[in-house]
Ligand binder design. Structure first.
Ligand code: MG
Length: 373
């Protein structure tokens, strides 16, 4: 089998509701083969930048666009192709968007391998340790504290046993932060598992310590990215000082950045995003690393159903981790791009059982929102 084309599909929702943040765009990659098998992947990144990384013609030995490296290659040789892409895009890639693009292609290659072997990706990786994954729901908080009670009530009715919220106004105003988090805790109940995500908006360890003190009685499970991901010493200080787990890592690319994060930052929990850190291949390396450091791994995931499926297969194949993030974004790209969404019931997502990722895309949604053709 040979790769014949790498298709990059940029999607953009022109206007969506005010509560829908971070779901406005998506970039999907389809890897085509001469056997008629098509692999699907995505990365949660800037669509046009990713398209450029894949389609740019080479200008020197370390500035290859990824597409020309793949044409004519055997898609089943995933690790070889990962290394080939990484090395030949070294100047334009190595970290950041270069690795985001590799991530999308890597996921598509795993999809091809599963389809070629007639097995779900988790079984191609190795052992399927579980059929279901405990899912925590992520929502963007409403600006008014009381309005969050309605959101929490609806998500609890949907079956969630664990929730995270962040983005929107969270992190902008210390008093409002306390009011919002208090309202969510009141509605969720004392024993409900709750985590917050600051998307680095608390900025400094000093401010985070003050906020953690003010929120102590609200019994948060983890505090995610209170500060920027390069402040590794700040992460370590916080981990030593506060009771909730300190979590981070969604912006990190390659296992090399996770080595620094774990060595210096010493987080309680690492959150690689399968579509950003280097795909399923690199996520497995990060998982092995997290086990060596005895740190819990809970992947980041807030995009389309492609990401959810790729993350579910990765987690199903990891022996010691089973919690998955489940975006509650109202974006049509999150809700409808994948025609066969993963089944959610009673707090658990079912790992797809079909060959490959086990998903099919809705061509009407693609036609409706496609841009930059
Ligand atoms: Mg986050």
């Amino acid at each position: 089998m040979k790769i014949t084309d790498v298709e990059v599909i940029c999607l953009r929702v022109p206007k969506i509701g005010s509560r829908c943040v971070w779901g406005e765009d998506a970039v999907v990659v389809r890897v085509h083969t001469d056997a008629g098998i098509v692999g699907i992947g995505e990365t949660d990144s800037s669509p046009l930048v990713v398209k450029s990384v894949i389609e740019t013609p080479n200008s020197n030995l370390a500035c290859f666009g990824l597409k020309e490296l793949l044409i004519g290659e055997n898609p089943l040789e995933i690790e070889y192709l990962w290394d080939k892409m990484y090395e030949a895009s070294n100047y334009l890639g190595r970290r950041g968007a270069g690795i985001h693009a590799i991530s999308a292609i890597d996921i598509a290659l795993w999809d091809i391998k599963g389809k070629a072997l007639g097995k779900p990706v988790c079984e191609v990786i190795g052992t399927k340790f579980r059929d279901k994954l405990k899912a925590y729901g992520t929502f963007i908080p409403a600006d008014l504290p009381e309005d969050n009670k309605t959101i929490v009530r609806e998500l609890k009715e949907k079956g969630f046993k664990s929730l995270k919220f962040g983005g929107g106004v969270l992190g902008d105003d210390p008093d409002l932060d306390v009011e919002i988090i208090t309202a969510v805790r009141e509605e969720a109940g004392d024993d409900f598992e709750l985590q917050i995500d600051l998307a680095a908006k608390w900025r400094t360890p000093e401010h985070t310590l003050i906020m953690a003190k003010r929120l102590e009685h609200l019994n948060l499970n983890w505090i995610e990215e209170p500060i920027g991901s390069d402040d590794l010493v700040g992460y370590r200080e916080l981990g030593n000082a506060i009771k909730p787990m300190i979590a981070g890592g969604e912006t990190l690319t390659t296992v090399h950045e996770f080595v620094s994060f774990l060595d210096i930052g010493k987080p309680d929990l690492v959150q690689p995003d399968v579509t950003r850190c280097g795909g399923i291949t690199e996520s497995l390396r990060v998982y092995e690393l997290s086990r060596k450091y005895d740190v819990k791994l809970v992947p980041h995931g807030f995009s389309t159903g492609i990401l959810t499926a790729a993350t579910a297969h990765f987690l199903a194949a990891c022996e010691t981790t089973d919690l998955i993030e489940y975006s509650q974004s109202t974006s049509p790209l999150n809700q409808f791009l994948v025609k066969t969404p993963i089944e959610f019931a009673d707090g658990y997502l079912t790992v797809p059982n079909g060959p490959g990722l086990g998903i099919e895309l809705d061509e009407e949604i693609i036609a409706k929102y496609r841009v930059f053709e």
